[in-house]
Design a protein around this ligand. Sequence first.
Ligand SMILES: Nc1nc2c(ncn2[C@@H]2O[C@H](COP(=O)(O)OP(=O)(O)O)[C@@H](O)[C@H]2O)c(=O)[nH]1
Ligand SMILES: [Mg+2]
Length: 208
Amino acid sequence: MTEHKKYFIRSRFEASCFKPEQLLPEEEDIPEIAIAGRSNVGKSSLINALLNSKLAKTGQTPGKTRSINFYRVDIPESEQSAKSFRLVDLPGYGYAERSRDERNEWRRLVSSYMRKRESLRLVMHLVDFRHGLLKNDRELQEWIRSNGKNIFVVFTKADKIARGKWKSMREEYVKSGMYSFDMPIITSSEKKEGIDSLSEFIVKFLNQ
Ligand SMILES: Nc1nc2c(ncn2[C@@H]2O[C@H](COP(=O)(O)OP(=O)(O)O)[C@@H](O)[C@H]2O)c(=O)[nH]1
Ligand SMILES: [Mg+2]
């Protein structure tokens, strides 16, 4: 249990699910925000930066995290009460050495989560700021859209790009076409850049 944060009061790890049968059931009044992206794009690091924690394991062998991980987060609502949501860390995709079996496994697990998940309000799609959307990112976006879910693009690892280029690069990426619920946020988990903006976005999104 991690405490005392500006946007999120408390957070805890709930479960890692490797098979559809293990998925946590939805809970009434607990919205879910999923985090999707290629292996190694920085999903776990972003979760830790947002929650100011070390709850998520980072830097694992790419393609090794095959589970869907649930984190429960409390946000302040009023002086009397807090409300909660779930951050849902989806397994990464796009790792070159994956076999067809593994890809099918990924699809089976992620689609059994995404289909009919009414609590799932938003999929934050993490994209490496150095590369923009690659072919499998575009496929993922189409697939999420076909499941009727909102996408919000979050760029990661911006510390690898000179700050002076951030705005123009983002503009170029947006122009090249992508689905994003709002103007993509540029982040660096390493340098804690854009983390407050993203936290603010999440709180606002959940309160709307
Ligand atoms: N330079 C830099 N490296 C990062 C950043 N976020 C993650 N990484 C590194 O990228 C690798 C993969 O990160 P991880 O969070 O495990 O990615 P995941 O596979 O998407 O969960 C690790 O070595 C991290 O240290 C960042 O903002 N900047
Ligand atoms: Mg990870």
